[in-house]
Design a protein around this ligand. Structure first.
Ligand SMILES: Nc1ncnc2c1ncn2[C@@H]1O[C@H](COP(=O)(O)OP(=O)(O)OP(=O)(O)O)[C@@H](O)[C@H]1O
Ligand SMILES: [Mg+2]
Length: 330
């Protein structure tokens, strides 16, 4: 009993990205074509060397871990070697550790071993060149899976030895279904606009979605859009709509007063506000020339902010740009 209770405690302490990491290939959502191809490789025991690439939180690491679990079961730790960027992966590791693992006797007499090189795009070029030879030498007994965000950082010689799979950001509807399932498991009160806010901030990155969901659930009972935005420190779209309205209607002094009030009370960075206003401007219907004028001004302000200019002065400049654009009457 004590053991079970402890296990449960341990499980509930896990960050949700780990707690809900897919255990098998069939648990993974989206990427149907990739999953079905890889499932076939595994079932037919014809796994090629693999290269997974794509943006963060899309399931690359989860996929290969699921493959390894499916292929090896309890022999996982002796048949699969997992190295990621936190390990030293200079040329010596490639030479010694991978070589040692690849050349030891297999435990399961048939079937190949698997070397997972997570975040391979941060390996030095020298290590990648050394790997090229090793992959060739041990192809009979070992398969390699290289994972990275940027395929361009993997040398072409390695790319050509692998079957490449590109992991796209998760489509919103698929991510939404998964988030709903998890919020049912966790007994959360997630509203529809809360879910939309989550999807908007996550942009198809499931890790980001789950991390925001977990932190919001710790701070708020009801996870609605206000909770999600305030928990992540992002300005709420409703606030941005209102600020845009003010910018396009009031005079300089009035806008300055309103803005100062909102921004200081809510504590947002001007650069975040500018980024969100920019998103809105694409949607707002006003003359193209005016949009171009404003975007140019905003990009200058953004650059000045990033080099440490005063927020107050730059706020004045932002308001000035809108007032000036309206006066110019494009
Ligand atoms: N396709 C998916 N299906 C189900 N859950 C997913 C999927 N993709 C990501 N997740 C969730 O997001 C978490 C992070 O995924 P994972 O570690 O596989 O991302 P990654 O693609 O390796 O990202 P990175 O490039 O940052 O290493 C997982 O623990 C899982 O909970
Ligand atoms: Mg990963």
């Amino acid at each position: 009993m004590a053991g079970t209770a402890m296990q449960l405690d341990e499980e509930s302490d896990l960050p949700w990205v780990e707690k809900y990491r897919p255990n098998s290939l069939s648990d993974l959502v989206a990427h149907e074509a990739i999953i079905s191809t890889i499932t076939r490789f595994v079932e037919e025991k014809k796994l090629p060397h693999l290269l997974f690439y794509g943006p963060p939180g899309t399931g690359k690491t989860s996929t290969i871990l699921a493959v390894a679990k499916q292929m090896y079961g309890k022999y996982f730790s002796s048949m699969a070697l997992e190295l990621n960027a936190s390990d030293d992966r200079g040329i010596n590791v490639v030479r010694d550790q991978i070589k040692a693992f690849a050349s030891t006797q297999q435990i399961i007499s048939k079937g190949v071993k698997l070397v997972i090189l997570d975040e391979a795009d941060s390996m030095t070029n020298a290590a990648q060149f050394a790997l090229r030879r090793i992959i060739e030498k041990y192809t009979k007994t070992t398969r390699f899976c290289l994972i990275g965000n940027y395929v361009s950082k993997i040398i072409p010689a390695l790319q050509s030895r692998c079957t490449r799979f590109r992991f796209m950001p998760l489509p919103y509807d698929v991510a939404a279904t998964r988030i709903r399932e998890i919020s049912v498991c966790e007994g959360l009160n997630l509203t529809d606009d809360g879910l939309n806010a989550l999807l908007d901030l996550g942009q198809g990155d499931m890790r980001k979605n789950l991390n925001i969901l977990q932190s919001t659930s710790m701070a708020f009972k009801v996870i609605d859009s206000d909770a999600v935005y305030s928990c992540t420190g992002n300005p709420n779209p409703r606030l941005i709509d209102r600020l845009c309205e003010i910018l396009l209607s009031m005079n300089f002094t009035e806008i300055y007063a309103e803005f100062n009030e909102d921004r200081i009370t809510l504590g947002f960075a001007l650069s975040d506000i500018i980024r969100e206003i920019h998103k809105n401007m694409i949607k707002i219907d006003f003359p193209e020339k005016m949009k171009i004028f404003l975007i140019k001004r905003m990009s200058e302000i953004e650059m000045r902010l990033s080099s440490g200019a005063s927020e107050k002065v730059q706020l004045g400049s932002l308001i000035g740009a809108f007032v000036e654009a309206r006066a110019l009457q494009f």
